[in-house]
Design a protein around this ligand. Structure first.
Ligand SMILES: *Cc1c(COP(=O)(O)O)cnc(C)c1O
Length: 215
């Protein structure tokens, strides 16, 4: 399990990578993705100032919430409609990708959401197709507090075109909805440079901070 000193050293390295890619390490928000990591590692991250913690499974998140003090939790993974009752435990849901889920969430003290867009057009991935994003954004906008967009980079190849597409899609949606969508959640441990240079505002980092997952 990574100790506090190890996580601190990893965070320093992440900040160097952000700056080297032309980003501002103080302005970029980091979600420390604690999936596969024990609660002690999550707590150490919080004590280093990484107070936004991300999980991709509701069950694992809810278990750690009881053990970690001082964190706010982000759901970065897919939310099944039968788990929406847990939504209010999160500060932000990154993975809204259907109007069915939006309707299931609405009216439950639900947190703000990001639309997950499948910009890598990978059929194995979640996310609304880029072509369907405008319609879904319009539907969601009346129901939930829509704050921005999220995407995963492609499994292989240059991630830059996918991240550039998400950035352009956000500009387009801002114009059409007539209001700002401040959050662009893109960039993970292996592709953060490309995401930063394409305008990410929020990185979701697991292994770069904690090393390999152990749970
Ligand atoms: C696991 C995960 C991350 C973090 O991945 P790393 O490669 O460990 O940085 C980010 N976003 C989502 C949606 C994830 O599931």
């Amino acid at each position: 399990m990574p100790g506090r000193a190890q996580i601190a050293a990893n965070l320093a390295r992440v900040r160097e990578r952000i700056e080297a890619a032309g980003g501002d390490a103080d302005a970029l928000e980091i979600v420390a993705v604690t999936k596969g990591q024990p609660a002690e590692a999550a707590q150490a991250a919080v004590e280093l100032g990484l107070t936004r913690l991300g999980e991709n499974r509701v069950q694992e998140a809810v278990g750690k919430m009881a053990q970690v003090q001082g964190a706010s939790w982000h759901l970065v993974g897919h939310l099944q409609t039968n788990k929406v009752r847990h939504a209010s435990s999160f500060e932000l849901i990154h993975s809204l990708d259907s109007s069915r889920l939006a309707r299931a969430l609405a009216g439950r003290h639900e947190p703000p959401v990001l639309l997950e867009v499948n910009v890598s057009r990978d059929p194995a991935k979640h996310g609304v197709a880029p072509e369907g994003a405008l319609q879904l954004a319009r539907e969601v906008d009346g129901l939930l507090d829509l704050r921005g967009l999220m995407a995963m980079g492609p499994a292989e190849g240059d991630p830059r075109p996918a991240f550039a597409e998400l950035r352009r899609l956000r500009e387009d949606l801002q114009q059409r909805l007539g209001r700002p969508l401040p959050i662009l959640s893109m960039g993970m441990s292996d592709d953060l440079e490309a995401a930063v240079s394409e305008g990410s505002t929020m990185l979701r980092l697991g292994r770069a901070l904690f090393g390999d997952r152990t749970l």
